[in-house]
Each structure stands twice: as C-alpha cells, then as structure tokens.
Design a protein around this ligand. Sequence first.
Ligand code: GDP
Ligand code: MG
Length: 484
Amino acid sequence: MFQDQLRNKVRPFIDLIDEMRNLDIENELSLPAIVVVGDQSSGKSSVLEVLSGVSLPRGTGIVTRCPLILRLCNDESNAWKAVISYSDEEIEFTEPENVMNYVQQAQDALAGEGDGISDELITLKITSSVVCDLTLIDLPGIARVAMPGQPENIGEQIKTLILNYISKEETIILVVVPCNVDIATTEALKMAQQVDPEGARTLAILTKPDLIDPGAEKIVLDIVHNRTIPLKLGYVIVKCRGQRQIDENISIADAIEDENNFFERHIYFRSLGDKITINHLSTKLTKTLVDHIKKSLPKMSENIKDHLEDVRMKISKLKPGPPQDPAEKRRHLTQIITLFNEKIIQMSKGDTVFQENLFVLMRKEFKDWMECLKNSKSNYNQEVHRVVEEFDLKHRRNELPGFNNFSVFQNVVQNLLNTLQDPAIMTLHNITDMFQEQFHALSKNTFEGYPFLQQFSKIAQNYNSHNPDSFTLILYTCSHPVHI
Ligand code: GDP
Ligand code: MG
C-alpha cells in the first residue's frame, strides 16, 4: 500500500524526465539525473547490480565503456522485461541473464571491440517487480594508467566525459568510494568537489564495509556522520557481493539478505539507521531524484519557454511552405523556377540590378582587356621592325630588304598571341566569377527556404561553367554585346 502511494507520487516525475530525455533534447536543455562515478573497482557495478537486480558486465580494466542510462521501472503486475536502445537499435528481451551480453554488444557497436570508450549513450530500461523507480547514468570508471592497447590519454578521455556530465547543475553526483581506502584521495570525490565544492548535490556510497581494517571503523563513522568531508546529501554504507560470493554464484537476492545480517551484527554500524543498506540507499536515491526534479521544474519550464519563444521567432521569419496537394505543389514549383529564370534573364539584360550592376562590372573588365590589346599593338610594330632588321642583317639572300619569309611574320604573330593568352584567360575567369557570384546570390534569394533548389542550381551552375558552350547566361550576354 505504502509502495503504491510512493509509486504514484514518484513515477510521474521520473517518467516525465525520461520521456524528455527520449526526445533527445539534452543538447538544448540539461535534465535532472543521477550520475554514478567512481574509481575503477570501487564497486560501482556491484551497487548498480543490487539496485537493478541484474548482473551487469564486470571484469578487470574498463568494463563500462559508454555512458549507460539505467531506467528502472517498478511494475508489480508484469513479468520482468528489458529494452536496450542505442544508435538506431532497439532490442526487447525477457531474460535477465541476457543483460550482460546485450550491454557488451552495444558497447562493442559504439566504442569498438577493444578497450576504447565512446560518449554515445546506451539506454537500458528494466521493468520489474523488484526494482525501485529510478534512473541512473553509469559512466566509465576513472582509470589511472592506460592498459596495453588503450590510448595513452584514456584517463583524460574518461575524466572529460565524466566532467561533461557532473559539471551540470542538474546532475546529482553519486560517488562510489570503498570504505577501505582514504576517501579524501579518491579521484572520483576530488572531481565531484571540483564541480560541487559545497557538496550540495553530491551523495557518496561507501562500499566494501566488510573489508575495513579492524580499528578503522571510527574513521568511517566520522565520514558517515558528515564530520570529515561534509556532503548535504550525505553518505550511505552498502555491502555488496565480494569476489568470492560472485565466484560462488550467490544470487543478488541472497546478497541482500547477507547484507542485512552483516549490518545487524556490526557493532559500529548497526545503529546507523537510514545510513546503511541497499534498501535505504534505493529509497533515498528515489526521493533525492524526485526532490531534485521538483526543484528543477520551474527553471526547466523557464528554459523551455525561452526556447519556445526563440523557435516561434524563427518560424515567424519563415515563408509559408509549399502546398500539400501534388498538383498544386507542381504548379508552385514551376512558378518559383519560372520566377528565377525571369530574374536571371532580366539581370543578364541589365533590366534589374541585383547586388551590383553586372554591365558596369563587366565594362571595367573589358576596358582593362582593351588596354591590354592596345599596348600589344605598339609592341607588335616594334617587334616586326626588330625581326625584319635582324633577318635582313643575318639571313637575307637575294630578296629585296623588308621582303622576308612568311614564316618569320607568322612567328612574330604567334609570340604576340602567346603574350595575350594569360590576360585573356584572366578576363574570362573574372567575368565567369562575377556571373557565378551573382547567380548564386540570386538563387539563394529566390530559393530561400528551398535548400534543395539552391543546391540544384549550384550544381547546374558548376556544370555550366565547366561547359562554357552551354553557359546560357554568358551566351546571352555575348549575343548582346557590351559597349565599352
Ligand atoms: P567497479 O569497477 O567500480 O564497477 O567495481 P566492481 O563492482 O566490479 O567491484 C570490484 C570488486 O570489488 C569486485 O570483485 C566486487 O566483488 C568487489 N566488491 C564490490 N563491493 C564489495 C563489497 O561490499 N564487499 C566486498 N568484499 N567486495 C566488494
Ligand atoms: Mg564496473
């Protein structure tokens, strides 16, 4: 009964955020989330396993290689079910023992089969009667040194990925720290302190309480009572399956039972109330997440309103789209293209001026070209005189002076043509560029809102400029000479 009431109170909030996450809006709007971080082998997977009730990939090295969104949905009326989705894949399955394989398969697809990591998301939704309503994001564990075959900077890559998530104000940082290490030196807690110095949105889970050195229990008690590194959301100690229990195939349900016995018998920890056990942790996480969502809702609503306003502004600037009816659509398309053709013809005649007057621009080019021709004329006379004199001097036989061989003159003309080639090609290029620029600008202007037509006219224009014979625009202008 109490569970039902709790579910009715929390599920709608968690569902709302999950649905928003499904819409892929996280680039524009940060969503409240619990993100799990910890050093390698701190016990992250073990905690997630007991929370979700299923075995996740485990082993040495980097096991979690992509962010994994673990959506836990409590549903007492239906059998166990899971859906894993990543890229364009979505696979539904009903056997809990397959979770590990599917997660591994997804990681291989996104991050390759080696030890690489990726920032692409995998979503695993588990519906079961034994889970609490909760959504968690599991991130790769912080690695200190690269293993053989891993990129040198793997540690940096993982830290960047983690910081990306935990630096957002909307994220609750769930730091997993083993009880049997000096917690102040753990990389995960240091990173959390870096982005949340007040400890306002950090909750720490202390794992492996069964491995504490006898005599060190008081240190752990000080931590749990918030006397060492104060965190507003506090600390919870949990005991998960040790390696031996895993090797012996102790079930997760039995491990929870074992945890209860462990704490009941523990002289230092048994009176810690809601600061111990997986059960308390899961209730606390759900409550923390829902409180956090409730707190974030007004700000999210403001953000959405701002975005909406932005989008409305953009929409209002857009022209109405093409008609839906196929016949109307065709007419509409013909109209736009005809309009474009008319504008091109008008522009090429100089009837309308788009950007700058093409004829004014071209006149300047032709003037330069004319200048070039004129200069070459004086060169030509000088060159002919020089060649004729040289021939007379060196090669003349019984011809009259000045009556040289035809090939001598041909040579002179050829040399002159060679000197004119470069300026001629440059003039052609300048004029082609001018046309292309205006053509492109006109197409952009006329086909605004029709990127395909813009693209198409660009391709057609490029084709034409490489086949000058068919470059209608130039042809047209050539048949309407520009008067200098
Ligand atoms: P992760 O790398 O952070 O995901 O760490 P794992 O969950 O894979 O745990 C690393 C090792 O610590 C495994 O061998 C676990 O069995 C062991 N472990 C995790 N939690 C506990 C615990 O509470 N007690 C004991 N004794 N071992 C634990
Ligand atoms: Mg792990």
